[in-house]
Design a protein around this ligand. Structure first.
Ligand code: SF4
Length: 338
């Protein structure tokens, strides 16, 4: 299958502290530190990792909502190959029609002073893509596709529940008919009973409109349900990327194993055998030497892991891991994810 988006060695570094004088090096927070991946047309790639691992920064940098420090982002929209990192702001704005973002919090992401109809149609109007009757028709069409009551489009966001507000946010993202969506924890602020409805809506819309998603999440059950492949981030880097089934059932990286082990189980015996993740994530402004995960890794080799950074390699077909011992370790997965 063709790739819709290819990210190569992407970096987002933020200078921190006071600027250094006399040629001294500025300290940098490496929020995204040399990440490469592809997303195929029509697939959903999940992005998981602890808070502060750089997931949201990566999602925004892929759309160039945050300027990358280095690296390339190539996209294929309507058969046209574009390197997003080469575009000026005007050209970029043109291509944003094809790439949109759904935010985590449907309460703060909608303007309370605009009606739902205005919110959904705003980007069409601002880009002069529709007006008058045509605008109205496009708004009603996409609202209906997102299972909103089209009789209520004249109301304001406060009149809607959390789930309905997220439907409004999805309709707003889709009204320009984008091909690529970054969904940043789109269900994590919703009640559990509503989460499944929104996930199913995203899946239905993907089929109906041929969408490709980058799905950022921290709930591993949600990500397993929503995604075809999953990338695991740790301290600004991807440490493992594989199909959801492989990654959940037979992880190859010790950090993935620890994440899988943290999925709640109803079996007390299984919970007793959990691989506990000890310690805090290190400061990304001052990462450890060698493998960034070594201070928390129970398989770390003092000679190799503390001094040599493991490369992010393809172990087998479409299965990438950054661990010196990925082919030797026998790690425990979360059972029955298929
Ligand atoms: Fe653990 Fe070493 Fe593998 Fe890093 S390279 S995950 S420290 S075993």
């Amino acid at each position: 299958m063709k790739s819709l988006i290819e990210v190569d060695n992407l970096k987002v570094h933020f200078p921190i502290g006071r600027p250094r004088l006399f040629g001294k090096k500025q300290q940098l927070l490496k929020a995204v530190d040399g990440i490469s991946f592809k997303i195929k047309v029509g697939e959903t790639l999940g992005l998981v990792g602890e808070s502060g691992s750089g997931k949201t920064t990566l999602g925004r940098a892929v759309l160039r909502l945050i300027e990358p420090t280095a690296g390339e982002i190539s996209v294929q929209f309507n058969g046209e190959a574009v390197n997003l990192t080469d575009l000026n702001q005007k050209e970029l704005r043109h291509h944003w029609r094809n790439m949109q973002m759904i935010f985590q919090d449907p309460y703060s992401s909608l303007n309370p002073r605009m009606t739902v109809k205005e919110i959904i149609g705003e980007s069409l109007l601002a880009n002069k893509l529709a007006s008058g009757k045509e605008l109205e028709e496009k708004v009603v069409y996409i609202a209906d596709l997102c299972n909103l009551n089209v009789q209520q489009l004249g109301r304001y966001p406060h009149a809607f529940s959390g789930g309905q507000r997220q439907r409004i946010a999805i309709a707003r993202a889709l009204v320009m008919r984008p091909q690529f969506i970054v969904a940043d924890e789109p269900v994590s602020s919703l009640d559990v009973s509503i989460q499944a409805q929104i996930l199913n809506l995203l899946k239905d819309l993907q089929k109906e409109l041929g969408l490709t998603y980058l799905f950022i999440g921290h709930d591993l059950n949600t990500v397993a349900y929503a995604c075809d492949r999953v990338a695991v981030m740790y301290l600004g880097q991807i440490v493992e990327l594989a199909s959801t089934e492989r990654l959940y059932n037979t992880p190859k990286h010790p950090y993935t194993e620890a994440l899988m082990s943290a999925i709640p189980s109803l079996d007390p015996e299984e919970s007793m055998q959990n691989v506990l993740l000890e310690g805090e994530q290190p400061n990304p402004a001052d990462p450890p030497t060698g493998c960034y995960f070594h201070p928390r890794c129970r398989y770390a080799d003092k000679d190799k892991c503390l001094s040599q950074k493991p490369p992010f390699c393809e172990m087998s077909d479409d299965w990438f891991v950054a661990c010196h011992f990925a082919d030797k370790l026998k790690l425990k997965g979360a059972l029955d994810y298929s």
